[in-house]
Design a protein around this ligand. Structure first.
Ligand code: KIV
Ligand code: ZN
Length: 397
């Protein structure tokens, strides 16, 4: 049985519940083009709370005074999720993080240290033994501020497996209540990521009594697949971000994980508290706060995620949306137009849109307008409602 959080404390709970840990305001915010001002971070934090996430990683307080102030304001104002802050496995970082999250009703310290030989040699200049001592000491130190401490061995997926087992054991013994094994550089394949967690669950004493967590980057486009693979072998926390923002190619997209768990309940019988109808507006709000939006063809929240442009698809969807939609736009809070008129559209889609715009045409009128429409569509990539109404003038005059 795994530990899952309840109000104010850690306790044994339903082992099928997946905890959503949102890192939009930390891993997301630290990536190029995604920095947010204090007010924007607060606005987003309220929206992330409304999304129903369990844990909200508000920032990295040691990084700047601004980040400290934002984390502290979020901890003070935002109710619902447990508020967490990131800290390197260093005294000063942990003290600063603890101070920043202190006003929160529910809080967590998330501390990390690289454990791959490459990172330890090139970046930290420490030996394996020193890393073990530092983890033991700093996790225990973090526990002096709160009974909810997450430890992440950075670059876990490129860490020597035997050493990783030792790291996990030491972190648990020192008091880590969540153990997050990040695929920091997005290198792992789903089967390998799952195997790493299976190994930890089987071989690390106490691993079954804490929460294991996945944190995946999308360098090879596998962040969501890896997160799902982890859930399937017993991981019960997923770290993710709105629109998948995060370092380099980003983190696992929150909306994609939530949608997969909703649409594929047949294969993935897990519960979670995400409010699905908030997904689209959360994505839109983030776009207003940072310098880019989701790609049009981005799953779940992209402008084209529910758009149908070809005549065959439009005919099918108008007859029964299930022909080409596996989830309804309304289920993720999207209420815009989804039949897109263009050169691939058929007569039925045009007639449907004209009806929606209040124009009922005879068969002959429709034929004439459709001919004009195809001529226009050959010249113009996007056809707006006013273009369609413009085509009507001579017919209905
Ligand atoms: O990708 C990573 O390893 C991280 C850690 C700080 C959890 O973001
Ligand atoms: Zn990360």
């Amino acid at each position: 049985m795994l530990n899952v959080e309840t109000e104010g404390s850690i306790s044994m709970a339903n082992s099928n519940h997946v905890v959503f840990f949102d890192t939009t305001l930390r891993d997301g915010e630290q990536s190029p083009g995604c920095t947010m001002h204090h007010a924007e971070k607060l606005r987003m934090a309220h929206k992330i709370a409304a999304l129903g996430v369990d844990i909200l990683e508000a920032g990295f307080p040691i990084a700047s005074t601004g980040d400290f102030e934002s984390v502290r304001a979020i901890a003070k104002e935002v109710k619902g999720p447990r508020i967490t802050a990131l800290a390197r496995a260093k005294r000063e970082d942990i003290e600063t993080a603890a101070k920043a999250i202190e006003p929160a009703e529910k809080s967590r310290i998330h501390t990390f240290l690289s454990t791959s030989d490459l990172h330890m040699a090139a970046k930290l200049k420490i030996t394996r033994e020193q890393a073990i001592d530092q983890i033991a000491e700093m996790v225990a130190f973090a526990r002096t501020f709160t009974d909810d401490v997450e430890f992440s061995p950075e670059d876990a997926t490129r860490t020597d497996p035997d050493f990783l087992l030792k790291v996990c054991e030491v972190a648990i013994q020192a008091g880590a209540t969540t153990l997050n094994l990040p695929d920091t550089v997005g290198y792992c394949l789903p089967q390998d990521y799952a195997a790493m967690f299976r190994m930890v669950l089987e071989r690390v004493p106490g691993a079954k009594d804490i929460v294991l967590s996945a944190h995946c980057h999308d360098d090879l486009g596998l962040a969501v697949a890896n997160s799902i693979a982890a859930i399937e072998v017993g991981v019960r926390q997923v770290e993710c971000s709105i629109n998948g923002i995060g370092e380099r190619a980003g983190n696992a997209a929150l909306e994609e994980i939530a949608a997969i768990l909703m649409v594929r309940k047949d294969k993935l019988p897990y519960t979670n508290d995400i409010v699905m109808t908030e997904l689209f507006s959360a994505s839109q709000m983030l776009t207003q706060c940072i310098s880019f939006g989701a790609a049009p063809n981005k799953a779940i929240v992209g402008a084209n995620a529910f758009a149908h442009a070809s005549g065959i698809h439009q005919h099918g969807v108008l007859a029964n949306p299930l022909t080409y939609e596996i989830l309804t736009p309304a289920s993720v809070g999207y209420s815009g137009q989804h039949i897109v008129l263009g050169k691939h559209s058929g007569r039925r889609a045009l007639e449907h849109r004209l009806n929606e715009l209040g124009h009922k045409l005879s068969k002959e009128e429709l034929n004439t307008v459709y001919t004009r429409f195809t001529e226009l569509a050959d010249r113009k990539k996007l056809i707006y409602d006013q273009d369609i109404v413009g085509l009507l003038q001579p017919v209905t005059a």
